[in-house]
Every structure is written in structure tokens, then in C-alpha cells.
Design a protein around this ligand. Structure first.
Ligand code: PRT
Ligand code: MG
Length: 214
């Protein structure tokens, strides 16, 4: 049995064509089904539906053989024990620093002022600001980061931006890009050795689809 860990939403939607190319069709739609284990048209392939941030944990521990996770999630997780053979170039966005309109971020950077930064991505943010030699107080949030500068919880946020409409709607502006983000295929290293006959063709097919798109 091959188990693939996916999250609902954009990653699931953008993974369907990749699965289809590998001849895998889910028997149910996780958006409407409450099942967390979804069978497929292939008797020996199943999907498990987990939170996006939990995908690396399932794969690292061998509870799933394969998974698809954003680079944001993988950076926070650290990637230990995971083989990352392929950038799938799906669910793309950018990890950005954003502040309230009119906030003098450049001035703070120049003067070395201590900044309060709210984010779900504490590790990524810590490394980014340390790399710039900036002193920051990090405030861990679990969502709706955009609110923090509006109510005085933080001077800046580190968050993902795709269209920019969430920032605009909240009178925030992006002031710095930390890194471009896309989703990667992750593979349990032991599973790759033990089940290579089943796993390698899936990796190869995904790679073909990704390369055809560019
Ligand atoms: O939603 P949930 O709390 O269950 O978990 P999650 O947010 O981790 O999962 P999900 O499904 O929302 O995102 C899964 C992955 O998609 C992330 O790990 C990213 O790699 C990727 N991705 C791509 C994004 C976005 N684009 C994105 N725009 N993840 C989140 N966003 C959010 C962003 O945080 C911000 O709140 O969308 C908002 C901004 O979007 P724009 O279009 O207004 O700029
Ligand atoms: Mg989300």
C-alpha cells in the first residue's frame, strides 16, 4: 500500500492533475467527504487528508510514504528525514514582510530599531531578520496575521502573499520578499528504499508533468 498525505484546499486541487497523470483518481472529494482516508481507483494507493503543516510529520514518521507540502511548511519543519526530490511548482506565492501603510520600515532597518514581528513562520522569520542583523521580538500567531499591525500587537508581519488583496484590504503593504514559495513532493526515505518499484514511477510521472508545464 502507498499512502499519500495531502491537505485540502489549494494543494489538493492542484495535485489532482498530477495524480491523474499517474493514473490515480480519488474515489471521494475531501471537500465534501468527512473521511480522512480516501481510497483511489488503484487498490494499493490511498490518500490521507491532514492539515498542511502536518504533512511533513506524517511522512517523516512513515505514516505516509509521500506527501505534498509548501516550502513555507518545510522550512518551519526543518525537513529532517524527508527526501525532497521535486519542486511541483504548485500553490505558488511569496513569503513577505508587510507593515501598515505609512510605517517607515526602511527607517527602522537603518536605525536598528527593535521591531515587533507577528507570524506563524517563527523559524523562517528569525533566520531572515538574523541574516539582516536586525533585532526583532517575534510573536507567534496561528492565523490572521494581517490583523496584528492594525491593533498594535506588532509593527510588522511575516506572511504568505499571492494576489496581495488581503494586504490591500487591511491597508498593509509588502516591504520585503523573504522567498518565493511553491509546494514540494516529500518522500519518506525508508519507504523509497522498500517500495521503490511503486514510488519511483509516481515521482517520475510528477516530474514529467512539471517539466512539460515550463
Ligand atoms: O488553512 P489552514 O489553516 O487549514 O492551513 P494552511 O493555511 O496552512 O493551508 P492552506 O491550504 O491555506 O495553504 C496550503 C499551502 O498553500 C501553504 O502552505 C502555502 O505553501 C500555499 N499557499 C499559496 C498559500 C497561499 N498561496 C496564500 N495566499 N497559503 C496561504 N495563503 C494565505 C496567506 O497566508 C494570506 O492569509 O492567503 C492570504 C493571502 O492571499 P492573497 O491572495 O490575498 O495575497
Ligand atoms: Mg489557509
Amino acid at each position: 500500500m502507498i499512502t499519500i498525505a495531502l491537505s485540502k484546499g489549494r494543494i489538493f486541487e492542484e495535485t489532482l492533475p498530477l495524480l491523474a497523470a499517474a493514473g490515480i483518481t480519488p474515489n471521494e472529494d475531501p471537500e465534501s467527504s468527512r473521511k480522512l482516508i480516501i481510497a483511489t481507483n488503484q487498490d494499493d494507493v490511498r490518500l490521507i487528508i491532514v492539515r498542511a503543516a502536518d504533512v511533513p510529520t506524517y511522512v517523516q514518521n512513515g505514516a505516509a510514504d509521500l506527501g505534498i507540502a509548501g516550502k513555507d511548511v518545510l522550512c518551519e519543519h526543518g525537513g529532517a528525514g524527508l527526501y525532497q526530490p521535486l519542486d511541483l511548482k504548485i500553490a505558488r506565492c511569496r513569503m513577505m514582510v508587510a507593515v501598515r501603510e505609512g510605517f517607515d520600515y526602511a527607517g527602522c532597518v537603518r536605525s536598528g530599531a527593535r521591531l515587533k514581528v507577528a507570524t506563524k513562520y517563527v523559524k523562517t522569520a528569525r533566520e531572515h531578520f538574523a541574516g539582516k542583523g536586525m533585532h526583532v521580538d517575534l510573536i507567534k500567531l496561528y492565523g490572521s496575521m494581517e490583523l496584528a499591525p492594525l491593533v498594535g500587537l506588532a509593527d510588522a508581519i511575516v506572511d504568505l502573499v499571492s494576489t496581495g488583496s488581503t494586504l490591500r484590504a487591511n491597508h498593509l503593504v509588502a516591504v520585503e520578499e523573504i522567498m518565493p514559495i511553491s509546494s514540494r513532493l516529500v518522500v519518506n526515505q525508508a519507504a523509497l528504499k522498500l517500495k521503490r518499484q511503486q514510488i519511483q514511477p509516481i515521482i517520475d510521472t510528477f516530474a514529467e508533468v512539471v517539466h512539460q508545464k515550463v
